[in-house]
Design a protein. Structure first.
Length: 230
């Protein structure tokens, strides 16, 4: 697993936990609003952080942090993800996995082996707008649906989250989106921030009024729908 970034102290990435965040390089999406665009598109071999150095650092953090977050990019694309998760878990840390849901078998395997305590999956848009939203010509939406189902059934705890971008979500079909995640217990609707690292410049957030309308609509079927960043 090519780790190209580390946040040594985060209070935001794992709710109610103090965490270290590890950023992997590989990603099979090109979301225009991605904040980690530089790491995904521009990272090289020289940017990789030796995993043994990370383990050595984590050993000094025992008792000070609660969890380690594997994010990206898309960490499930990394062939040695399980090995690295096990190594971190053996140090006594909780594990959170961030995923885009394109590799359901890997998510399923990690959960079956009890290696992940919390999963956060990005739900990019309603199915008819999914490929456009993630910067691809086409996408296997069935894999997305499988991951959603696996996470709802097997994850010890989880969240789904959608970053609201005006250019992609003002034409979203609310009911189609709801059908995709019906039965979920928790969804965060995240405010988009146009940061320097975004793949595409000049995108805009969805205002709070519209975000609140979407929240209220989805709350009819999802017990916990919250705005994040508003």
């Amino acid at each position: 697993m090519a780790i190209v970034g580390i946040d040594k102290l985060s209070l935001l990435d794992y709710e109610d936990k103090v965490s270290v965040v590890l950023f992997s390089h590989a990603c099979n999406m090109r979301c225009p609003f991605c904040h980690n665009g530089a790491a995904i598109l521009g990272a090289s071999k020289e940017d990789e952080i030796d995993f043994n150095e990370i383990l050595d650092f984590l050993k000094t953090r025992r008792g000070l942090i609660d969890a380690v977050v594997f994010t990206g990019g898309e960490p499930t694309m990394e062939p040695d993800l399980k090995v690295k998760i096990k190594a971190v878990r053996d140090l006594g840390f909780l594990i959170k996995l961030d995923t885009n849901g394109t590799n359901p078998e890997i998510v399923n395997n990690l959960l079956d082996e009890g290696l992940v305590d919390y999963v956060a999956m990005d739900i990019k848009n309603c199915p008819s707008l999914y490929a456009e939203t993630v910067g691809l010509k086409c996408i296997n939406i069935e894999n997305i649906k499988k991951s959603i189902s696996i996470i709802m059934k097997k994850a010890p705890d989880y969240e789904f989250r959608t970053t609201l971008v005006k250019e992609f979500h003002e034409k979203m079909d609310y009911q189609e989106f709801l059908n995709l995640i019906k039965g979920a217990k928790r969804l965060y609707l995240q405010k988009f921030v146009d940061r320097e690292g975004c793949i595409k410049k000049g995108l805009h957030d969805v205002d709070e009024v519209e975000a609140s309308k979407l929240r209220d609509y989805l709350s009819s079927e999802i017990p916990e729908v919250n705005l994040r960043g508003y």
